[in-house]
Ligand binder design. Structure first.
Ligand SMILES: [Zn+2]
Ligand SMILES: [Zn+2]
Length: 138
């Protein structure tokens, strides 16, 4: 390989990586962050990437996510928001939440498509509902 080819390849890979991790047109914050969590959770990396690309004026986003217990991307889902039950999968195994044994309803795979939000919004689309205060009540 010549140097030129290597550079071309690197540019191509960088573009590809950025396309893979960019919010889709109309995609809401939560659908985007959930989709990106397959690349791992490192703080609010994905939520802030969404903010920077889609809603740069949402300067209070970090504070608002912290208010629902979302101090990192995965905590947004553990503490803050849950998929509405209409969209959850069939009950599978059992799991204990807050000392209560309940049947797990897994997130479907693939996830339903984002219902969409307007540009500049950091609101979740209609797939998501706030978790009740004090934890998981199903
Ligand atoms: Zn996390
Ligand atoms: Zn969505």
């Amino acid at each position: 390989m010549t140097n030129l080819t290597i550079e071309d390849t690197e540019t191509y890979l960088r573009q590809l990586a950025s396309e893979l991790t960019d919010p889709r047109p109309g995609e809401c914050l939560l659908c985007y962050v959930y989709r990106m969590l397959e690349h791992g959770c490192r703080g609010l990396r994905w939520a802030l990437r969404y903010r920077d690309q889609r809603a740069p004026r949402a300067t209070a986003l970090e504070r608002r996510l912290g208010q629902v217990g979302g101090y990192c991307d995965c905590e947004i889902f553990m503490n803050g928001y849950d998929l509405r039950s209409a969209y959850l999968g069939e009950p599978g195994g059992y799991a204990v939440y807050n000392g209560v044994l309940r049947r797990e309803r897994p997130y479907p795979n693939p996830m339903p498509g984002c219902l969409g939000v307007g540009r500049g919004s950091t609101r979740p689309c209609g797939l998501w509902a706030r978790r009740p205060r004090g934890g998981y009540l199903g």
